[in-house]
Design a protein around this ligand. Structure first.
Ligand code: GCO
Length: 398
């Protein structure tokens, strides 16, 4: 239970303080993935190719040294299906050995490895077979999870099956922005249902294999507000994007909550933030309050332990990043003080990295990366966040 000692907001003993990344966004040269091919397609809308990214495929030990040096006790990263299973049924020992070295590197530095198995990207052979609409997709995910668990399970600290399945469905099958750029509410709903089946199959495969570690999915959540007349539209949107998942994960070991902002929905759709509102570089309303509101909602519906597996802000104003995280954490502390079982907080992201269709234009990192030399530079926000982690508490505003 969190306590408030004079001058400090203390978090529970053993609280996980981490920072999050994803393979395609930091490793580089993920050339067998659907996203790599998508980025090199004329009408993709991608600002950049992921290219070398942050070269973390080679520089991962530097990344872990930074995480440990800051005083964080956990690190969220993903393993890349396109590297692990480059062809149907053909598993790469070398790729699995690579990720085993990364996991061992975490343990050598007293860092809990929070391992995501799927973070937006698919092997090209899966995408070519229909991706999340392929008849075999659940079996393929189950087999993939079984192989990852067999190879890495004895070192995994926490396993996240699928990162933001609702966003993959939304962006790929309703908004038509991510691969395969399809548009259709029924396909969006069907892919979400498939995602829940894939999660269950992966969860069961991981639990059946070596190692004892919590397994959950990570869900994109938003603080939603219905504008007058938008109540019905908001309710149907929230049900599709969140509630069906929150209900579906009941009984899981945990749920990863990932939030960034607030959205207002009217009868006709999303309402832009009021003129003059403070926006992040992503165009989101500056709203760190979303952590408290989404954690409370997730706890109320899912009724499982929670980890904030992503929260952060795209900004070149690093002091404002500190303000955002500070306020987000104060809200999180209030939920813990009210008895909600929150196990940790992972800031997005360790490194300025490849922000999907927006490429390298967005700076979510607490560490900057020179895109030519790959030199990492720790930002003041990293030092501040690391101090919070080391103290396991926030100083009170006076
Ligand atoms: C997501 C993904 C991350 C993003 C981050 C910032 O939520 O879209 O998990 O890959 O980079 O959220 O948008």
């Amino acid at each position: 239970m969190a306590v408030t000692t004079l001058g400090e907001l203390s978090f529970p003993t053993g609280f996980l303080w981490g920072t999050a990344t994803a393979a395609h966004q930091i490793e580089g040269s993920n050339t067998n993935s659907d996203w790599w091919r998508f980025e090199h397609t004329a009408d993709s809308g991608c600002r950049d190719s992921s290219g070398d990214a942050c070269d973390s495929w080679h520089l991962w030990a530097q990344d872990l040294d930074i995480v440990a040096g800051l005083g964080l006790n956990s690190f969220r990263f993903s393993v890349e299906w396109a590297r692990i299973e480059p062809a149907n049924g053909e598993f790469s020992v070398a790729a699995l050995d690579h990720y085993r070295r990364v996991i061992e590197g975490c343990h050598e530095r007293a860092i809990v490895p929070i391992v995501t198995l799927h973070h937006f990207t698919l092997p090209q052979w899966v995408a070519d077979a229909g991706g999340f609409e392929a008849p075999e997709i659940v079996n393929w995910f189950s087999r993939y999870a079984e192989k990852v668990g067999a190879a890495l399970g004895d070192g995994i600290g926490i396993a996240c099956t699928i990162n933001e399945p609702n966003i993959v469905a939304l962006m790929g099958y309703l908004f038509g922005v991510f691969p395969p750029k399809q548009r259709g509410w029924s396909r969006f709903e069907a892919v979400n249902e498939t995602m829940r089946r894939c999660h269950g199959a992966m969860r069961d495969a991981l639990k059946a294999g070596p190692g004892e570690f919590p397994v959950g999915l990570t869900l994109s959540m938003t603080e939603y507000e219905a504008a007058p007349g938008g109540e019905d539209r908001t309710a149907s949107w929230v049900r599709a994007m969140e509630d069906l998942y929150l209900e579906g994960v009941r009984g899981d070991d945990f749920l990863g909550v990932q939030c960034y902002s607030k959205t207002v929905i009217s009868a006709t759709g999303q309402v832009p933030p009021p003129a003059g509102s403070e926006l992040t570089d992503m165009g989101y309303l500056y709203w760190p309050q979303c952590v408290e509101s989404t954690v409370r909602r997730a706890a109320d519906i899912a009724r499982v332990p929670l980890i904030v597996t992503e929260n952060g802000i795209a900004t070149t104003n690093d002091p404002r990043r500190i303000d955002y995280i500070d306020e987000a954490l104060r809200g999180l502390h209030r939920t813990i003080s009210d008895g909600i079982d929150v196990r940790g907080y992972c800031q997005w992201s360790l490194l300025d990295n490849f922000e999907w269709v927006l490429g390298y234009s967005q700076k979510f990192g607490i560490v900057s990366v020179d895109r030519t030399t790959f030199e990492r530079t720790v930002k003041p926000s990293a030092t501040w966040f690391g101090n919070v982690a080391q103290r396991n508490s926030l100083g009170l505003h006076y």
